[in-house]
Design a protein around this ligand. Structure first.
Ligand SMILES: Cc1ncc(COP(=O)(O)O)c(C=O)c1O
Length: 373
């Protein structure tokens, strides 16, 4: 298999564990084991204490699948397949679904594997560019017009990394209708679901909104703040597709990590507490970033996010942004991601709203800005 380097992950590989502050992370500050185990109910605590480190069920622990299913309106445990993170789920789904004869539409800029795996399989990929001038909105009608009879897969990441875009209900319905019209699979990458600024804006999950071929992608890493578990999942009523994913998983991880499955079960059963904590961290950090943007309006422009744990501001002076982020990390050990890591032109950069050291990181950024003048 030949596939282009994952630019963002290569960038993180160089910097993530070598800097003082990761001010561009997309995950939420991870839970400690002690705090998480304190949330366990008696059944889950018993599973944890009595856990044997053998192989696990390839589809995922039955109790974990049931818990995941309860995140959705119409999904049952048999409609869920557990993976090692969202990343493995993306790889398996796209690999089994598309080939050289197929056309794929994917929101962009975005998480590279969402379109790169399809490209490496030889599919023709249309990137649906979100535009800052349109407030990063989805522009569902434009997206619908790019869907063709040979479109096999439409991939929409919402809440969106890196812009914080969240479609309106009408836009979401229009995307589903467009997929239905050609029988395309809709991969709804919902890894930032539950982090809508206004919970009333939360969309119906893709798997619920499009029973024939809607696939919801979820993970413990973002809204649930447990990236180190490496537990993700696909949820769909399309069992033929799920079975093909399961068969490919035999060549990737076979089954999930036994401890991670139980810890994910504990986290999902306590999801109100878990999500409240994530939402509070992001909301507090957003206030701090709004103040930064306001007090440096001559330096930064931005469209505030509607959802998720990241935003995509633009540098107005002191660029190009790659040089700016390089100077910042060198001087202060504060890491931002330039747009080039998304293959996106211009002077945007991603800022992360999920880490508890954000106030300190922003103070260092401001000291740096003061020196740059
Ligand atoms: C939109 C999107 N999808 C999928 C993933 C992959 O998630 P994980 O690293 O937990 O597998 C990410 C991670 O940043 C993401 O931003």
């Amino acid at each position: 298999m030949r596939i282009a380097d994952f630019a963002l992950e290569r960038y993180f590989a160089r910097w993530e564990f070598a800097v003082r502050h990761v001010l561009c992370a997309s995950d939420v500050e991870g839970w400690s084991m002690a705090e998480l185990l304190a949330l366990a109910d008696d059944e889950a605590r018993g599973l944890w204490d009595g856990l044997r480190l053998g192989y696990t069920e390839s589809t995922g622990h039955p109790l974990l699948r049931a818990e995941i299913a309860s995140l959705y309106e119409t999904i049952g445990p048999d409609d869920v397949l557990v993976f090692a993170g969202a990343e493995e789920a993306i790889f398996c789904l796209v690999s089994v679904l598309v080939g050289p004869a197929d056309h794929v539409v994917c929101t962009w800029p975005g998480y590279q594997s969402l379109y790169e795996v399809a490209r490496s399989a030889g599919a023709k990929v249309s990137l649906h560019a979100l535009r800052e001038a349109d407030g990063w909105s989805l522009e569902a009608d434009r997206l619908a017009r790019s869907i063709r009879p040979e479109t096999r897969l439409v991939i929409v990441n919402a809440p969106h990394n890196p812009t914080g875009m969240l479609p309106t209900r009408d836009e979401w319905a229009a995307v589903v209708a467009a997929c239905e019209s050609v029988g395309a699979v809709l991969l709804a990458d919902e890894v930032y679901r539950f982090l809508e600024l206004d919970p009333a804006d939360r969309l119906r999950a893709g798997a619920d909104a499009y029973p024939a071929h809607g696939v919801s992608l979820g993970v413990m890493s973002k809204s649930f703040a447990m990236a180190g578990l490496r537990i993700g999942w696909l949820a769909t009523h399309d069992h033929a597709l799920l079975e093909r994913c399961m068969a490919l998983k035999d060549y990737t991880t076979i089954c999930s990590s036994a401890p991670s499955e139980i810890l994910a079960l504990i986290g999902l059963r306590a999801r109100e507490t878990v999500i409240d904590r994530s939402r509070a961290i992001v909301a507090g950090n957003l206030v701090r970033i709004e103040a930064l943007m306001e007090s440096h309006a001559d330096r930064f422009a931005w469209v505030p996010p509607r959802a998720g744990s990241v935003a995509f501001p633009r540098l107005l002076r002191g660029g190009p942004v790659d040089a700016f982020t390089a100077r910042l990390v060198e001087a202060e050990g504060v890491l931002l991601i330039p747009a080039s890591a998304f293959g996106f032109g211009g002077d945007h950069f991603r800022i992360g709203l999920g880490r508890t050291d954000l106030p300190e990181a922003v103070a260092r950024l401001e000291a740096f800005l003061a020196r740059e003048g």
